[in-house]
Design a protein around this ligand. Structure first.
Ligand SMILES: [Zn+2]
Length: 118
């Protein structure tokens, strides 16, 4: 896994491209598993980030800034603190390409509100 690649992260709310996209290597969890922080800013919805440890992330978090605190994001009138990804439904024994954008898509059915409103 190379940190020179471009992060597949997009805005979990509108699906739009994020500006200031970045990948911060956070070191190694073990000798084999690199830990990366992916972040980017939606002009409308603010900063989002996800942690990648050799697999696609299970959640994307709304944050105050890259590496900052998680903020609440209101979806369908309810506060959310994370957006589950499609990967969170996958068999954990499978290890797809962590940069495959298909796994980064938000799994809206897993949000308690079940609906998108913005
Ligand atoms: Zn957005």
């Amino acid at each position: 896994m190379s940190s020179r690649r471009r992060s597949p992260i997009t805005c979990p709310v509108c699906g739009g491209q994020l500006r200031h996209r970045q990948i911060r290597p956070l070191g190694a969890v073990t000798a084999d598993l690199g830990w990366e922080l992916h972040a980017g800013e939606c002009p409308q919805h603010g900063w989002f980030q996800a942690e990648v440890i050799s697999r696609p992330p299970r959640e994307i978090f709304p944050v105050s800034q890259p590496g900052g605190i998680v903020r609440a994001f209101t979806v369908g009138g309810k506060k959310q603190y994370c957006f589950p990804t499609v990967y969170s439904r996958q068999d954990p024994l499978e290890t797809p390409d962590p940069y495959d954008p298909a796994f980064w898509a938000v799994d809206w059915e897993r949000l308690p509100s079940g609906t998108v409103a913005f």
